[in-house]
Design a protein around this ligand. Structure first.
Ligand code: BGC
Length: 352
């Protein structure tokens, strides 16, 4: 495992970068800042190593004003996605959160663990695994409970990156972690992802309310809508259709309901004809959010690449957004002393 300097955070604390590599030359780079996946690369069908996630060359770029809200590759917690009106009720008490997306809370607030330095907890060369740890104090970002969270990345010989989360709190709270990688299977620097194909193992999605992007509570079958990815379809094929859900979100920014019974199962696949790179996403979470970088503005990323709108797609495994206010969905509440555990796997295959 390579361990190198990755720059500093806003207080001058050093950030490290760990590189995992397997026998095939597949690589994953993980930064202690936000426990983020900075790079995930495998050989394409011509033997060229392709990095398929968007990111930056140094820690400082992850903290700059323009990029903070993108969460490139970051571990998001304690709660991924939105909480309506930035308030959560736990054990009869209301907790005010930061309203950082209109009147709602998004990804737990602007100074969450996605932008903090995590501590290297366990570096296991033999298993090609790096585990990072972070402590969040009671009422930090408004959430109750002193919480210890861990995330580990393990790169296996079959080119799968296993991401495992664990969290424990001393008070009842919420726990709903995700990884916010933006994939571009043509290479992170290859532009629009519109012609890459996607399949999602979900028969229904949760429509959003206009303007707030909060699920209405409805469970809508994907059949007959542009959100039907039950068979492989180009991401861009119907993205510009005159369908109110796509207009509200400026593209795909929707949660799909998975049918995995809480066990790790295939949630989505994506493929790029030019490189032959094929992504398999597995999770034990009840939902996956497809986000097509609808709000990413033109700016510089890794190695001088220019990133912009639709230059990546995210498959964020998580609970349904705002499920804490919608008891008909599985809710993200965690009891004091109990352990939250969840797993997501991103595997890179090759179509020839
Ligand atoms: C959300 C988007 C948001 C993006 C970047 C996604 O998880 O669903 O609405 O723009 O993250 O913050």
């Amino acid at each position: 495992m390579r361990r190198e300097d990755f720059g500093t955070d806003q207080r001058g604390n050093s950030v490290e970068l760990f590189t995992l590599q397997n026998k095939n030359g597949t690589q994953a780079k993980i930064s202690t800042l936000g426990a983020a996946l900075v790079s995930f690369a495998r050989k394409d069908k011509t033997g060229v190593l392709r990095d398929v996630v968007l990111g930056y060359d140094k820690a400082e770029d992850y903290l700059s004003d323009g990029s903070r809200g993108y969460y490139f590759g970051a571990t998001v917690g304690r709660n991924a996605n939105r909480i309506a009106n930035a308030v959560i009720t736990i054990d009869g008490r209301e907790y005010a959160l930061e309203a950082n997306s209109g009147s709602n809370n998004l990804h737990s607030g602007s100074c969450g663990v996605s932008h903090r330095i995590w501590e290297a907890d366990c570096l296991d060369d033999e298993r090609n695994r790096v585990a990072l740890k972070c402590f969040s104090a009671d009422l930090e970002q408004g959430f109750p409970g002193n919480m210890t969270m861990k995330v580990s990345y393990t790169l296996t010989e079959d080119d799968a990156l296993h991401i495992e989360y664990e969290a424990v709190s001393d008070k009842d709270t919420v726990a709903n972690f995700t990884n916010h990688s933006y994939f571009n299977l043509g290479g992170h620097d290859s532009g629009d992802i519109g012609n890459q194909k996607l399949k999602i193992y979900a028969k229904a999605f949760t429509p959003l309310t206009k303007d707030t992007s909060i699920p209405t509570g409805e469970i809508r079958p994907v059949k007959g809508t542009p959100l039907d990815f039950t068979e492989f379809k180009e991401i861009g094929k119907e993205i510009a259709q005159d369908y109110e859900q796509l207009i509200y979100a400026r593209g795909y920014d929707h949660n799909f309901l998975l049918d995995n019974d809480g066990k790790t199962a295939l949630a989505a696949e994506a493929a790029c004809e030019e490189t032959g790179i094929h992504l398999y996403a597995y999770t034990d979470c009840p939902g996956v959010q497809l986000y097509t970088a609808n709000f990413v503005e033109e700016h510089k990323g890794k190695g001088g690449a220019v990133y912009g709108e639709r230059h990546g797609f995210c498959l964020e495994s998580q609970y349904v957004p705002d499920a804490c206010h919608n008891p008909q969905f599985q809710t993200p509440f965690l009891k004091a002393g109990e352990t939250y555990r969840s797993e997501t796997v991103y595997k890179l295959g090759l179509d020839r």
